[in-house]
Design a binder for this molecule. Sequence first.
Ligand code: F0G
Length: 477
Amino acid sequence: MSKRSWAEPYKIKMIEPLRMTSPDERDAAMSAAGFNTFLLRSDEVYIDLLTDSGTTAMSDRQWAGVMLGDEAYAGSANYYHLEDAVHRYYGYKHLIPTHQGRGAEHLLSRLLIKPGDVVPGNMYFTTTRAHQELAGGRFVDIIGDAAHDVNSKEPFKGNVDLSKLQAAIDTHGAGRIPYVCLQCCVNMAGGQPVSMANIAAVSALCKEHGISVMLDATRAVENAYFIKAREPGYGPRSIEEILREICSYTDGCTNSAKKDCLVNIGGFLCVNDDALAEEARNMVVLFEGLHTYGGLAGRDMEAMAIGIAESVQYDHIRARVGQVEYLGTLLENAGVPIILPVGGHGIFIDAIRFLPHIPREQFPAQALAAALFVESGVRSMERGAVSAGRDPDTRANIFPKLELVRLTIPRRVYTQAHMDVTAESVIELFNQPERVVGLEITHEPRYLRFFQARFRPVTGERVLKPAREALSCASSN
Ligand code: F0G
């Protein structure tokens, strides 16, 4: 049979022009930004793959929903639409909206974690762990070893290692574990999914010990797609059914709606327990706003309700994950070291293999992200030692096994041609890695340092040496 391609299941109604800049302009911009892609101005960026968070293109229906915003302080009609959507697609009993995911993490951590508690999770996420630590808790990693192994091609690298969970329970005691945090499509592992069998097994083990399971549902729809595509028995099931089944094994969730739910701002906390919901509704008033808006405008909640329904449509999610896979295939075919299998929301480049001449102490992933911007105007994000931060006790730098650069694909924003240009830019650098110079930190904020830290090249002023200079260095070595 001849090849039949899929194409984006939408057409473009409104465009936003992109600005192309010269290498000299980008070099100056990167230096002014302290070699941190978070500190660039977005009008300096050509293709913005910093994050898939809040960067979604909303549909015409969502924009129409914005016009139906009921901006009442209390009891907005849009809150009830959102509640209906969350009940239908996620299935939890109580909904507490928040301004974004970390608002929900803050509430959950404050409500359930006592000083000295431990919170096992399948790999840390930056904001999630920060809120657990602020509440006096400690994160314990229970993800399977495959997630830390760039060479492993297992289909569900996000899975919890049940023996690590059991060991955490044995060591700390169930009484010291307020809940297990189970993340879908594990972000820091490369967007790697968790299998339904593993979710069910985690739930069963926790139930045995009276421990709750709280889902980080931020990328649960992408995870549902991988379960449908890869897990035996789930092929004929709809994304909607699979999503509800995932949630059914858990006691509640935090969710950054800025990802799978297809909106630019928003999040929510869900719980099934009535008493906990009561406390959460009380606490949200202190930090976010009344329990029927949680820091959001009515129009934001309407867009989210519509976005949730769109997110589970098969054509949407197949094209979303398919676009990420398309970029991954281009890079893989060129020999660029990336995390395989490709995850749901982005391509994660292994900076250690990409830049073997830069030692870990000189933050190769940070340097690669900075250099890629100077080379091409493509903005990516470091996901390595800078993101991992410092040990809370010793304050020593944590050097996680994974030192990655994330090319994160916004939903419904870029075309296949943008993916081609991105791949060509990465491959260009890959063919001359010695042009990239390591970095040292010049300013380090106390919390979540990766957002605002500043750096300088360990030698010279540029993070990316001009092509000719690098060539002459290489030949004189
Ligand atoms: N959980 C996960 C798995 C996330 O990826 C994020 C955000 C959050 C929670 C926090 O949600 O940003 O709405 O407060 N991830 C973004 C990213 C920032 O770029 O990966 P938020």
